[in-house]
Design a protein around this ligand. Structure first.
Ligand SMILES: *[C@@H]1O[C@H](CO)[C@@H](O)[C@H](O)[C@H]1NC(C)=O
Ligand SMILES: *[C@@H]1O[C@H](CO)[C@@H](O)[C@H](O)[C@H]1NC(C)=O
Ligand SMILES: *[C@@H]1O[C@H](CO)[C@@H](O)[C@H](O)[C@H]1NC(C)=O
Ligand SMILES: *[C@@H]1O[C@H](CO)[C@@H](O)[C@H](O)[C@H]1NC(C)=O
Ligand SMILES: *[C@@H]1O[C@H](CO)[C@@H](O)[C@H](O)[C@H]1NC(C)=O
Length: 293
């Protein structure tokens, strides 16, 4: 929690520090827990005392414990919005015990996940995941966690911005849980949400506005970017795609990643209101082979 607060609320924001530490700090559970712990709710007086003591708990220091009694929290085939890309069981995976791991902070126990309570917290809010397929997985998982408690006529899924922005909405709560495809956060030639496997990656490290305009007013922003940078070097473009006057140069991976994260963090510092929006950032994380997208 200390770390989340530093990222989310710290007066200097600490955004620049994030990419120096390059540590993956997020799971859906942690996001859920952080939302539980940092926002005020009306019907939560019972829970509040418990949560208050939890608020001193460091959520980021803990371990995964095997729990096949209360987990999984949803069944793959019961989720209306499950994506084939993530449907391991549907496509024949036999060992499903990966669904039975629960995060256990060392200092406390997290309250059991409650979809209704989460939706109450998200009332009139936008929660937006931004990044690559790992974050899309987190997003689908979050949608699956809550959608079973929303009746069919009161939930919807739509896609805008040429497929880049997917929006799950719980109508009764006026709450959305969204995913925006931007695997490098800044603009690149991998921005098409379907056709993004290009041989030569080109990135406009200084350009983020085209994407960012879709999440400027989000209340909770969960970013991830790392996997798509794992190349020795890539083409950096100054100028627009297709502009004959553009300048292109090959830049080493660490340097170009740093340049892009600088653009991203500068954008956040200018556009995001720290008293409104909660930020999460995930960097290095395991791949999900066979398809890395
Ligand atoms: C949970 O796992 C334990 C140990 O692997 C096993 O003995 C038990 O039968 C499992 N329970 C359920 C409900 O699957
Ligand atoms: C889940 O949260 C809702 C809203 O706060 C509450 O009414 C309900 O009792 C909770 N359910 C459980 C099982 O705790
Ligand atoms: C619904 O939520 C959006 C934010 O996602 C907010 O701007 C809007 O005012 C809300 N509508 C109502 C009727 O409260
Ligand atoms: C969608 O794609 C078309 C063709 O590539 C492009 O002209 C248009 O500006 C795009 N629209 C949005 C909202 O990005
Ligand atoms: C956030 O801070 C701004 C500027 O300090 C202020 O105008 C605004 O009312 C605050 N918003 C909330 C929700 O506290």
């Amino acid at each position: 929690m200390a770390k989340a607060h530093q990222i989310v609320l710290g007066s200097n924001w600490g955004i620049r520090n994030i990419f120096q530490s390059l540590v993956a700090i997020l799971t859906t559970i942690l996001v859920v827990a952080a939302i539980y712990l940092t926002q005020e709710g009306e019907q939560w007086s019972n829970e509040r005392n418990k949560l208050h003591s939890l608020s001193k708990c460091n959520l980021f220091s803990g371990k995964w414990v095997f729990d096949n009694e209360s987990y999984p929290l949803y069944k793959e085939h019961q989720c209306t919005f499950m994506s084939d890309q993530l449907a391991c069981e549907k496509f024949g995976r036999k060992d499903l015990s990966y669904q039975n791991w629960r995060w256990k902070p060392h200092q406390c126990d997290l309250p059991r996940f409650n979809a209704t309570a989460l939706l109450e917290r998200l009332r009139n809010k936008r929660m937006v995941f931004v990044g690559d397929s790992l974050n899309r997985g987190q997003w689908v998982s979050m949608v699956c966690l809550v959608e079973s408690s929303v009746p069919p006529t009161l939930k919807s899924m739509r896609t805008i911005a040429n497929g880049s922005l997917n929006i799950f909405k719980a109508e009764e709560y006026n709450a959305t849980i969204e995913f925006y495809w931007a695997p490098l956060l800044v603009e690149s030639n991998s921005d098409d949400p379907v056709n993004h496997r290009v041989a030569e990656r080109t990135v406009r490290v200084q350009a983020i506005e085209k994407h960012a305009r879709y999440w400027t007013d989000a209340d909770i922003l969960v970013f991830n970017t790392f996997l798509w940078w794992r190349r020795r070097a890539m083409n950096v473009l100054w100028g627009s795609f297709g502009d004959p006057n553009g300048i292109s140069k090959r830049v080493g991976m660490v340097r170009v990643y740093e340049m892009a994260l600088r653009t991203w963090s500068d954008w956040l510092e200018v556009h995001i209101k720290p008293n409104k929006t909660k930020l999460f950032f995930v960097s290095m994380s395991p791949t999900h082979q066979k398809f890395v997208t």
